[in-house]
Write a protein that binds this ligand. Sequence first.
Ligand code: TTP
Ligand code: MG
Length: 363
Amino acid sequence: MDKRIIAHLDMDAFFASIEEVSTPGFLGKPIVVGSEIHEGKGRGVVSTANYKAREYGIHSAQPITIAWRLSQKAKKEGKPEAIFLPVDFKLYNKVSSNILKIIKKYSSIVEQASIDEFYFDLSFLKTYEEVEKVCKKIKEEIKKEERITCSIGIGGNKLISKIAAGVNKPDGLLLIKEKDVKDFLNPLKIEKIPGIGPKTAKFFHEMNISTVEDLKRFSKEELEEMLGKPGIGIYYSAMGIDNSPVIEYYEVKSIGEQTTFNRNTLDFAFIFDVFRELSNDVFKRFIKSEFFKFNTITITIRFADFETKTSSKSFKEGFKKSDKKRFNFEVLKLFLPFLDKRRNPKRKLIRLIGVRVEKFGKK
Ligand code: TTP
Ligand code: MG
């Protein structure tokens, strides 16, 4: 084939599916992974829920307390109560890298787009039948090795493959041939186009534009005039055009961690401990990274009223992997002004803190 063939693989209910097969007795039960919750009380959100729990109306980014209530409601109706679990990134990262290894057996150009999403190039295959066969094999191998399912979309570019992977979840496989692109895209809701978020969607809905076909009423110039540069991207997406390459390696631009406290606080000792922990985690990730040093530290503070401030400092002499002590000290120095009048004159309580390092050097 002289045209490109790109596949997009997205794991189904990733964190929750892993939990479901990792603990005896969990299989087939509704499972919610997210921030901690004790007897219905918690402050964070749902990371993801398996499809059983989604039947209760539970979904990603929902406040964990709402998820809890939906589960209790289901229980009253005689259905099984959901199992609530904390996030175990270490476990999910391990599974993620196993999946990457499996895909790499079948394609030499693989791009990991997130912890559970991968693009891979299958242009070297001769027919659509062969492409489908290979994707089925990948699905089977993941199922056999990790006992969880994924959905794969296949098309002539990343855009089509990504949309195709999303339309028949879970455990789906959908190939969109070149000649069928228009029929596939036209009836889709505009929200399916990557880059059309809730705000842009609302903007279009107000003009009675709800499907990709509706979008095509506008010329490239009109869309650019309405939305600026992103309008051009939307124009090409509606046409099914996307020339972006499958990139094997992404450049890591920053390493960061943040945490929301269980209660808002200005308790120095407590915040200090959490800061230490975050700094340690960030430094550990830096040590594991391919980088030799970093030059900039940024900290984030979110107050109880959600006002968010950052403070950043770049150092002439970068931090090397042996500079952990100096790093901890500098993080603390950036943070101290937020505990007193200097950057917190009203003595507002703090809700969230974060630490990030960037401007990496490879030698
Ligand atoms: P997704 O692929 O968006 O979701 P999913 O794999 O859970 O479910 P689907 O079958 O619809 O693909 O995200 C992958 C993982 O990323 C997900 O398992 C948990 C995490 N995640 C969050 O932590 N917060 C979020 O808001 C979302 C959307 C995902
Ligand atoms: Mg997924």
